[in-house]
Design a protein around this ligand. Sequence first.
Ligand code: DGL
Length: 267
Amino acid sequence: MDNRPIGIFDSGVGGLTVVKEVMNQLKNESIIYFGDTARVPYGSKSKHTVTKFSAQIIRFLLEQDVKAIIIACNTVNSNCIDELRELFPNVLIEGVVESGVKMAIDATSNNKIGVIGTEATISSGKYPELIKQSLANSEVFVKSCPLFVPLVEEGWLHHEVTRLVAKEYLESLLNKQIDTLILGCTHYPIIQDSLQQVVGEHVKLINPADETARFVGTLLIKHNLQSNNKANYEFFVSDHVRQVQQMAEMFLGYPIHQVKKIEIEKY
Ligand code: DGL
């Protein structure tokens, strides 16, 4: 047993989609969430910068004595999880990408899988590489959708503009007859309703958070790290608190009394 919290981080509010699943599935686990609101978006930044930002966040989370870390950011996961595991060998670090791949492979019937994500996630080639490893005869079609993150951070979840942007981005994937679409950015499940309207009911949308929480649950058991305490949730950001507070209350349905701002640059 280990009652210390799990650290979960993202560039902004996107990682709350993972927090939600961890809260639902691992009810005794405490969480410390960090959203890097000062430096969002990560998706347009270089691997070097994203690695540096993530290492600072992990140092902060380790200072809070977390027992495990979930990288709730596809951009970080697909570009630098190996480097981060090397830098921090003594803490369990898990991501979301492999869970998304597993769910998509289970879901597809025609083996035509679409992946959407940030520029950095898509150009890493990580999703197609892992999908092909498990399902050699699959066809994978990718598309970066850089405008989705600012739309989500702005809270335009059911806005006509969001649906118009989605139509523009997703048309090329729909023309390939995909039956499954991985939401390869943790911000995207927040606009899942708008995306589903655009792709139609016949395309299954994959939110990797579901399987991520399940997988982390099995890892905690395996390493005897699960908690038997009442869960406690803490939220930290590097700049504006408003988005995280509003989004957390709306999306998690959980009253957030305090979102604390810290100086992430000093880590
Ligand atoms: N939510 C993150 C992801 O999953 C990052 C989005 C961004 O900051 O560009 O990729």
